[in-house]
Design a binder for this molecule. Structure first.
Ligand code: GUN
Length: 292
């Protein structure tokens, strides 16, 4: 069994990006600038966004964090997005999800200039991804592809089972694993809350990608010997004995599944750090495209 070490690989990617930024600076060019908008003060979302901003600093990007109150109206957020669309200094930006219920998420995503949509959530970019065109690939699925590639995991002809059909992870992942090329060329089953016989389907998977958000859902008896197991779940489970009052749990019963898997991602330190590294990669790409 080999651990797909997202922390290590994400650090390598950040070093590669930092080296490119250093060259940009040497040539006297503008460095990439990422803005992140967060509405409200959800603890997990704040942690993610702060981590994204800190990573920008680490690789030499400029970053701007825009914090809006949880009472922000849809119109106010749309105005902020328009400002960011118009601001030539900003190469790319993200609006952290989920948004408070008074705001229509689809409207917000539609308002983002596709050329600055480094999350790859805009229908233009999502459509390009599905059509094998060059675009911003959503950071979490992009990070999983990168992990599979850097560990030389074979995906061609394999049966990949994706658990969860979210727009951020499951849906794009199911498209990407079935695309031509590598990592890809796999036969994909996208499972969700209405899937019948889900355990039977999972037991046939060569590659399982779980993006469900149910701690320890995936048990050893559910996976095939030598399966590749990717755990996207990251749930805060309350635990007063911990300093933070919670611990982070993946979808996978790591202790037992790891004994059967050929490759497996840990939580934390697997997919999570890769997401941030790939967001930085998309922002670098956005800068290069804006430069023409
Ligand atoms: N919420 C959870 N994951 C993500 C992500 O990758 N991007 C944004 N904008 N919000 C998220």
């Amino acid at each position: 069994m080999e651990i797909l070490d997202g922390k290590k690989i994400s650090n390598q990617i950040k070093e590669e990006i930092a080296a490119e930024v250093a060259q940009m600076k040497e040539r006297g060019e503008k460095v990439p600038h990422l803005a992140a908008v967060i509405v409200g003060n959800d603890g997990a979302s704040m942690t993610y966004v702060n981590s994204k901003v800190r990573s920008c600093e680490k690789v030499g990007f400029e970053s701007t964090l825009i914090r809006l109150p949880s009472t922000t109206s849809e119109l106010e957020l749309l105005k902020k997005i328009d400002q960011l669309n118009q601001d030539d200094d900003i190469d790319g930006f993200i609006v952290q999800l989920p948004l408070p219920e008074q705001i229509d998420t689809q409207k917000v995503i539609m308002a983002i200039d596709p050329d600055k949509d480094v999350d790859g959530f805009h229908p233009t970019n999502f459509g390009k991804m599905a059509l094998d065109m060059s675009t911003f690939i959503p950071a979490t699925p992009f990070g999983i592809l990168e992990l599979l590639e850097r560990y030389n995991v074979e995906t061609k002809g394999k049966h990949t089972v994706v658990i969860g059909r979210s727009h951020i992870v499951g849906r794009p992942m199911s498209i990407l694993m079935g695309r031509k090329g590598w990592p890809g060329n796999s036969t994909v089953t996208l499972t969700h809350s209405h899937t019948k016989n889900i355990t039977q389907i999972i037991s046939q998977a060569d590659i399982v990608i779980s993006a469900l958000g149910v701690p320890h859902f995936l048990k050893a008896e559910m996976v095939k010997d030598d399966a590749v197991v990717i755990d996207v779940g990251i749930t805060r489970v309350p635990d007063e004995s911990r300093e933070k009052g919670y611990y982070l749990a993946g979808d996978v019963d790591f202790e037992n599944v790891s004994k059967k898997a050929s490759f497996i991602t840990p939580v934390p330190g697997g997919v999570g750090p890769m997401t941030i590294a790939m967001l930085l990669k998309n922002t670098l790409l956005a800068r290069e495209q804006h430069r023409g």
